[in-house]
Design a protein. Structure first.
Length: 179
């Protein structure tokens, strides 16, 4: 099995907000998200955030956070960025007690009509190993199964806690934009 076919962790959580889908613009929210608001979305895990571009002009979101015991610096590049669906891809640096490695993280932000003027926001995060990650595991004699179990537990816990805060932040942005 190729490294990119393997899943290290995957989780998706949803939260409904009291805003019609037509008023939601996830891309606008993400690329205009103040750092202080990002920090409030998962205390104490979220450490820093910013927006920039790649050399070729694609939009990027840089997020620094703790996922379990690892400090993760995410370099999310927009692959698709619209009002109801954003797909971000990052080769993320992970700093652990054993040293530094990298994982590939796909972050999907999804808004769907929940009926009655409400929107269901889903935060889906999939992490895959990189070649550097697999070499790191070999070097430190860590099995992929053990690493995946730890990442699944930590990543799922983090995603579960941040999803409702992201959703409510998106709702606040939509309400301000509607004025």
């Amino acid at each position: 099995m190729k490294v990119l076919d393997q899943i290290l962790s995957q989780s998706a959580y949803s939260h409904e907000i009291d805003v019609p889908l037509a008023k939601v613009d996830i891309a606008d929210w993400l690329f205009n998200l103040p750092e202080a608001e990002y920090l409030r979305c998962c205390v104490p895990d979220h450490i820093a955030a910013g927006v920039t571009t790649t050399d070729d002009g694609r939009r990027m979101s840089i997020n620094v956070e703790m996922i379990g015991s690892g400090l993760v610096v995410q370099h999310y590049v927009a692959e698709e960025a619209g009002p109801s669906y954003v797909r971000m891809n990052s080769i993320s640096d992970v700093f652990t007690a054993n040293g530094r490695t990298q994982v590939n993280v796909l972050w999907e932000l999804i808004a769907e009509d929940a009926g009655n003027g409400r929107t269901r926001y889903t935060n889906c995060v999939t992490a895959r190993p990189t070649d550097a990650f697999m070499a790191f595991l070999d070097e430190h004699r860590i099995s992929f199964a053990d690493a995946a179990a730890a990442r699944q537990a930590a990543g799922s816990d983090h995603n579960r806690r941040e999803t409702p805060f992201f959703a409510e932040s998106i709702a606040r942005r939509a309400k301000v934009a509607a004025r």
